[in-house]
Design a protein around this ligand. Structure first.
Ligand SMILES: [Ca+2]
Ligand SMILES: [Ca+2]
Length: 192
């Protein structure tokens, strides 16, 4: 292949890759969206910098309060690897040890986040492989003391890639037939 032609192909390929990345699906679930459910949380606009029209805070002297963001109702949701980010508002009574559970649909990952810090910005909680159904991110007050608030505002999911295909050691049936055909052809050539 001519070198110039190769460069053109590489450049086209890079452009395509960049274009896919720029158009990656982003799903933001806010505390006022249909994908959000909660228990023991109250609306607030007390601290600025929230996403949308308000955020929610738990009741300080009760336990069992939670907020849960479910992105699977969005038309852009697919199984695959998604980056998860969370936004909350800062305040002096925030929990420094809020429990967060990322549910892939078939397994869970547990995190502890400090909501005294990094308020009003998107905090990167990592990349996770999600199923088509059952995916969610939950925050609860199981770690926090009675003087602390957990805050539920918005969670943003950004598509990274499809799930990697399961590895296989067995050739597909079609591959085996091709190999057998090739072996038979070699055998016939040798007999001539
Ligand atoms: Ca909000
Ligand atoms: Ca509580």
């Amino acid at each position: 292949m001519e070198l110039r032609s190769l460069f053109t192909r590489l450049a086209t390929s890079a452009l395509l890759t960049a274009s896919v990345a720029a158009n990656a699906a982003v799903i933001t679930v806010d505390n006022t969206d249909a994908g959000f459910t909660s228990s023991g949380l109250n609306f607030s606009t007390y601290e600025p910098g929230y996403f949308g029209v308000n955020y929610m805070a738990d009741t300080r002297n009760s336990v069992g309060d939670f907020g849960m963001w479910d992105p699977t109702g969005d038309s852009e949701w697919v199984a695959g690897i998604w980056k998860v980010e969370m936004l909350w508002t800062s305040g002096p009574t925030r929990a420094n040890n809020a429990a967060v559970t990322v549910d892939s649909g078939s397994s869970t990952a547990s995190l502890v986040i400090n909501q005294l810090l990094n308020g009003t910005v998107w905090n990167d909680l990592g990349e996770y492989s999600f199923d088509l159904s059952g995916a969610s991110v939950m925050i609860d007050d199981s770690n926090s003391t009675s003087g602390q608030n957990i805050i539920a505002d918005a969670v943003r999911f950004t598509f990274v890639s499809a799930n990697p295909a399961a590895p296989t050691d067995v050739p597909a049936p079609g591959t085996l037939l091709v190999l057998l055909g090739a072996a038979a052809a070699v055998f016939r050539l040798r007999r001539k």
